[in-house]
Design a protein around this ligand. Structure first.
Ligand code: DGL
Length: 270
């Protein structure tokens, strides 16, 4: 049994990279649904159907614990999955809540009432589906008061990254940051609320300028998973087989992944 990591495409590799560095003895099975990316322009039902199909495939690989390394799936499908679909011997965790806990200076599972936190003006960059779900604002409101969130739906960025077109991705990021700044000229913090965006982290930071703290999920999720596995060690079993599965063309996806992570990654058909 390994731990499953799911994303609509290649963005979840940013999380995979961090969790495998933090937990080098844990085998991970990655599933990227590149044939159906981007999820961010799909409706919630569609995201639910695709996500549950992918998670079932990871269960078949012996991964009783699956991380949705995809904000769009975490925002649009996870709650419904947890309420109605996940059997009691399996776990599916999202990437949203650990990020919000970090932003609101909370430890895991601190369910105390919402309180004032260090930041007041927060810029959220995410896919259109994540922004439309308002899941970020909802989770934040459980934990913090007085935080103003301005969300920018970054249409097109994921497509450009999946296509390996970083020139286009950079131009789009800059135009989305400009659009956000017209609505909120001085954010104190920015959330990269899509696991593809850390691949453009330098462009986000440069366009946002000095003095904006940029939160991205990879390391936050890695810490949170390490903590979870300490409390639930049985969720990882004996299997040592790590692998990368894709619904896209394995050759193209492998060469993009190798380009992104600057080390050889070999995908096989899901
Ligand atoms: N990387 C994903 C996310 O974190 C999905 C992006 C997409 O497929 O649109 O939202």
């Amino acid at each position: 049994m390994a731990v499953g990591i799911f994303d609509s495409g290649l963005g979840g590799l940013t999380v995979h990279n961090a969790v495998s560095a933090r937990l080098p003895d844990v085998p991970f099975v990655y599933y990227g649904d590149s044939a159906h990316a981007p999820y961010g322009v799909r409706d919630a039902d569609d995201v639910y159907k695709l996500t549950t199909r992918a998670v079932e495939r990871l269960w078949d690989e012996g991964c009783d614990l699956v991380i949705l390394a995809c904000n769009t799936a975490s925002a649009a499908a996870l709650r419904r999955m947890q309420e109605t679909w996940i059997p009691t011997d399996k776990r599916v965790l999202g990437v949203f809540v650990p990020l919000i806990e970090a932003l609101t200076e909370r430890q895991w599972g601190d369910n105390s009432p919402p309180r004032q936190v260090g930041v007041q003006n927060v810029a959220l960059f995410a896919t259109p589906a994540t922004v439309a779900s308002r899941a970020f604002q909802r989770e934040l409101a459980f934990r913090a008061i007085g935080v103003d969130v301005e969300a920018q739906a970054c249409g097109g960025v994921v497509d450009a990254i999946e296509d390996g077109d970083f020139i286009l991705a950079e131009a789009m990021v800059r135009s989305h940051v400009d659009a956000l700044k017209r609505k909120m000229p001085n954010p104190e913090a920015a959330i990269l609320g899509c696991t593809h965006y850390p691949l453009m982290a330098e462009t986000f930071a440069d366009a946002l300028g000095d003095g904006v703290k940029v939160y991205s999920q990879a390391n936050i999720v890695a810490e949170s998973l390490a903590d979870y596995l300490k409390r639930h060690p049985k969720m990882v079993g004996a299997s040592q087989e790590s692998k990368y599965l894709t619904t896209g063309d394995p050759q193209t996806v492998s060469s993009r992944a190798t380009q992104f992570l600057k080390r050889e990654i070999k995908f096989v058909s899901a």
